[in-house]
Structures are given as C-alpha cells and as structure tokens.
Write a protein that binds this ligand. Structure first.
Ligand code: FE
Length: 201
C-alpha cells in the first residue's frame, strides 16, 4: 500500500536538522528567530530573478552599461542597488550567436543570490551538478533548449567567491521595447543558462 498523503510533522532530514539548530540557537539566546524570518522573507519575496532581469534589460538597452557589466559585473550590478554579501564577486557571461553559457556549482549550490534570489531545487540536485559539466547539451535538451551543433556551450562552475550571471541574447524582434518590457521577457532559467529568451512574434 502506498503512503501518499503528507504529514506536516514529517520533515526531510535536512529540514529537521535546520529546525533543530534554529530551536537550540534561539533557546540559548544566540539568534533571534524573528531575524531569521526576515532574512528568509527577503530572499523568498524581495530578492529574486526580477533583479537579474533588470540588469539584463539594462545591458540590452545601454551599450555603455553592457560594457561595464562585461568588465566589472560586481560594480555594474551594485549600481542598480543589487548587492551581494561581502566577498561575493559577480561575473556576467554574455551569450552570443556562437557561444551559449550555462552556470552550475559542481561542489555545492553557489548561486548569485543578489540577482536571482533562491536557487531552484534542480540547481542543487546532484544530477544537474554532475551532468551539466559532462553533458551540457543533453541537459539543455531536457530543459527544452535545443542548440545547433555549431553553437559552443561554455559551462561556468560557481564558487563561494565568484558567481555568474548569464546575459541571454536579446530576441531579434525586441527592438524598441522599453527596459521594463524587456525585463519582463527575461526568465530566471535564461540567466542560469538553462533557458533562452523568446518572444511571441
Ligand atoms: Fe556551491
């Protein structure tokens, strides 16, 4: 007999460990549970892919900004008010007709939180982390992205010190759109490199 219904009191082992630690630390007065809630809320609701989408839309609209983003992504991104924790450096990698960029953290789950928010579950999964490096073309196929064989795929391995933002190519028919309209086209996956930006024509 299958056991298909959910119980609120059943946590996966990692959630259970996190909750146990949170309980012990707050009982000892070492942390304020309210402060944790604020941090979680910030990353769940206030900081998300909409930040990265603004960066991409600005790069698409403003050549000087795109150049700055290419040369010093940490500064160019901070100028829009999106700053990471200390010591976190950003690099923007630009897709071109010849090269598609894709981001992974093979070691754990390093991710550009300041521009993309919390990582999706698949980003942290062992299959993605190993296969993105070994067989990126097939992984992209599974995401519904089919690249022609002559397009080179570059996979960037994130670390705690250096995190990557993919700048997807602007759709050909997006000329004349405002930055807001452009930002609305940019998906989270396109900035990880597991998606591309399309536009209904
Ligand atoms: Fe990591």
């Amino acid at each position: 007999m299958t056991h298909s219904h959910d119980h609120d009191n059943e946590l996966d082992p990692m959630d259970a460990r996190v909750r146990a630690l949170e309980t012990i630390l707050s009982q000892k007065g070492l942390i304020d549970p309210g402060a944790i809630d604020v941090i979680v809320d910030t990353y769940q609701n206030k900081i998300g892919p909409q930040n990265g989408a603004r960066v991409v839309a600005k790069a698409w609209s403003d050549d000087a900004y795109a150049t700055w983003l290419k040369e010093d992504a940490t500064a160019a991104i901070s100028s829009l008010g999106f700053t990471g924790r200390q010591g976190e450096h950003m690099r923007a990698v630009f897709n071109t007709p010849q090269t598609h960029n894709m981001v992974v953290c093979t070691l754990c789950s390093c991710y550009p939180w300041s521009v993309l928010g919390l990582p999706p579950v698949w980003y942290k999964s062992p299959p993605y982390r190993s296969r993105a490096v070994i067989d990126p073309r097939d992984v992209l196929e599974e995401f519904g992205v089919t690249l022609s064989k002559d397009i080179n795929i570059r996979v960037w391995d994130s670390t705690a010190e250096l995190r990557y933002l993919v700048v997807p190519m602007r759709p050909d028919n997006a000329q004349g759109l405002s930055e807001d309209a452009l930002a609305a086209l940019v998906t989270r996956d396109s900035m990880i490199g597991t998606g591309i930006v399309g536009m209904a024509s």
